[in-house]
Design a protein around this ligand. Structure first.
Ligand SMILES: O=P(O)(O)O[C@@H]1C[C@H](O)[C@@H](CO)O1
Length: 241
């Protein structure tokens, strides 16, 4: 403790320092890799294992809040593209030395959500009578774990984001890097509050509730998609194995 610290500040500063030292009770997040739950290296590791096992397509799902007027809770958004906010400021799972066995140092991300699978999913939705729940849109990943402020929600909306969540982009980046085909769905679990007059507020229980409500529909869509999608042996540009 600095001897120059005013006495009235000492006890809180000391208790803060002792909490930081006691790693058994306090989890200290690393700014680089640990937001909000697990390091990105850990959450994306299975994607490279899939690649090495010969998997060709990654299907991702998430819960997301809607910014688009046309997307209501319970709707299912086919992810057309994403904005990886953490990635854009350096929280990118590809940071660090590149492993050329998996893919190039500077991989392209345009077209990372496969168009053929997006069209097939929409066809399946029509056949199952759930097309009215489905539309394509842009997903943005934010760091979380707090939900958005109203100003943040408005900013995202103005940037062209249709739905916002706290996951998915890192796995998709790693999958695209190693040449996997990707398909993604966002289950819209809530409207993101964009107005200071709005008394609504998002909460995690509500997110889980909508997840339970639509779990069967999402399962049916994904099962049907898997049974009908083409094997894409020739699609991989990178040879990790
Ligand atoms: O599907 P994910 O894990 O992205 O779920 C979202 C983000 C938070 O984990 C949670 C917030 O309610 O939902």
């Amino acid at each position: 403790m600095s001897p120059g610290l005013p006495p009235q500040w000492r006890s809180s500063a000391e208790s803060g320092l002792s909490m930081l030292a006691d790693t058994s009770s306090v989890r200290i997040p690393s700014l680089i890799s640990d937001i909000p739950g697990f390091p990105q290296a850990q959450t994306t590791f299975p994607v490279r294992v899939f690649k090495l096992l010969g998997v060709e397509t990654l299907i991702v799902t998430n819960a997301a809040g809607s910014l688009a007027d046309g997307l209501q809770p319970g709707d299912i958004m086919i992810i057309k593209d994403h904005v990886n906010f953490p990635g854009m400021v350096g929280l990118n799972p590809l940071c660090g030395p590149n492993d050329d066995k998996f893919g190039p140092r500077f991989p392209a991300m345009s077209g990372c959500y496969d168009k053929g699978l997006r069209c097939l999913a929409m066809e399946i939705a029509k056949e199952h009578g759930v097309a009215s729940l489905m539309q394509e849109g842009v997903y943005a990943m934010v760091g979380g774990p707090n939900f958005e402020t109203i100003a943040e929600a408005r900013l995202l909306h103005r940037l062209g984001v249709d739905a916002v969540g706290m996951s998915t982009a890192p796995e998709v980046v790693v999958a695209t890097h190693c040449g996997l085909r990707v398909f993604g769905l966002s289950l819209i679990t809530n409207k993101v509050v964009k107005s200071y007059e709005d008394k609504d507020s998002v909460n995690h229980e509500g997110v889980l509730e909508v997840g339970r409500l639509r779990s069967q529909t999402v399962q049916q869509l994904v099962t049907e998609l898997v049974s009908r999608m083409e094997i894409n042996n020739n699609n991989n540009t990178n040879n990790a194995v």
